[in-house]
Design a protein around this ligand. Structure first.
Ligand SMILES: [Zn+2]
Length: 355
């Protein structure tokens, strides 16, 4: 009797050890975490979470998960029977679609605890020009406790998008945005903010006012953990003169201790690895500030592994020039540090502030 009990315990312990090794082995195959991923598109359609887990496979460990807060209107007056799925396909306006947060929360809740551990859902369904936006963020946390780790990607200045949003145009100087960053700092939410570094077609010598306003905004919220999406670059928005120097000055500024930069989006990779010289210069910048850069794909509703990991492949020449320490941090470590801390702080806030 006793012997069989011991036997069972031994088997159980062996099982745990094997399960432990299995987990360790699975984790060691992960090559990257993704700080920037849209499960759904501009008309709230996308990849099912179970399909997406297959795309992550053994390569992508953890993902910051969100939809897109802006819904493209299908205006019959504008496009007739053509149903636009992207903002460049119609002149009809975009509007803030708060239901995306409930959708992402319910998607997360459909997962097993082991699957949930691989996601950090983000709140996006608020209007950053609305003084009530901060209240929406708190309400989402209280309605879906145990789910969210951050806010974003949300957008202030974005080529072709900001001008299409119905209602007041978002601005870096709007106190509504200060309220959002205050609340994020107070709760411990990671902020993923898209703000173009410049306008799409600046006149020669035009002042990139956005950079100045952005630096002032970040300096007003030094305790808020911010990831500046794509270091401000876009499809058309080019690096400003001395972009690398500008980012370096920001990261070296003691007034900006919590500023981070993501290198997501294939449209951004086209600048950062454009030539061997730029790849080298960007690698040197990251090697000097290895704690401040994070990898993201910025893929929207991908259909297969090749399209999901396209941006990762584009950056392979860049990763090859990083020190082993910087490469590990940019691909995985910085994500884990930022989001582990956010999970801990946000859960504590939710326990202290039940609905
Ligand atoms: Zn994005």
């Amino acid at each position: 009797m006793l012997r069989s009990a011991v036997g069972r315990i031994q088997v159980a312990v062996l099982g745990l050890v094997l399960a432990g090794t299995g987990v360790a082995r699975a984790q060691s195959t992960y090559v990257v975490n993704d700080t920037h991923f849209h499960l759904t598109n501009y008309v709230q359609q996308g990849t099912s979470i179970q399909e997406f887990l297959k795309l992550m496979g053994g390569k992508v460990g953890r993902v910051a998960l969100f939809g897109i807060p802006l819904q493209q209107t299908w205006s019959y007056a504008n496009t007739g029977d053509f149903a636009p799925t992207y903002y460049l396909q119609t002149d009809a306006p975009l509007y803030y679609y708060s239901f995306t947060d409930a959708f992402i929360a319910m998607t997360y809740r459909s997962l097993t605890p082991q699957q949930q551990a691989r996601f950090d859902p983000m709140i996006t369904g608020f209007n950053p020009a609305d003084m009530y936006a901060a209240d929406h963020i708190k309400r989402v946390l209280q309605t879906f406790p145990g789910v969210f780790s951050g806010i974003g990607e949300f957008t202030i200045h974005k080529e072709f998008v900001s001008a299409k949003v119905a209602g007041e145009t978002a601005s870096l100087t709007n106190p509504a945005l200060d309220r959002i960053l205050d609340v994020a700092g107070e709760i411990g939410l990671v902020v993923l903010l898209h703000n173009d570094v410049d306008m799409p077609f600046p006149r020669p010598g035009q002042d990139p006012y956005s950079v100045v306003q952005l630096a002032q905004l970040f300096k007003r919220h030094p305790k808020t953990t911010v990831i500046w999406a794509h270091c401000g670059l876009g499809r058309i928005v080019h690096p400003v003169k001395d972009q690398i120097g500008m980012v370096e000055r920001g990261l070296s500024n003691p007034e900006l201790p919590n500023l981070h930069v993501d290198i997501s989006w294939d449209e951004v990779a086209k600048y950062l690895v454009a030539t061997p010289e730029t790849t080298r210069a960007v690698a040197d910048l990251i090697n000097r500030h290895p704690d401040r850069f994070v990898f993201g794909t910025d893929e929207v509703a991908p259909k297969d592994e090749a399209s999901y990991l396209k941006v990762y492949r584009l950056y392979e020449p860049l990763f090859a020039l990083l020190t082993p320490e910087a490469s590990e941090k940019v691909r995985k470590g910085n994500y884990e540090r930022l989001f582990d801390e956010a999970r801990r702080k946000v859960r504590a806030w939710e326990r202290a502030n039940p609905l």
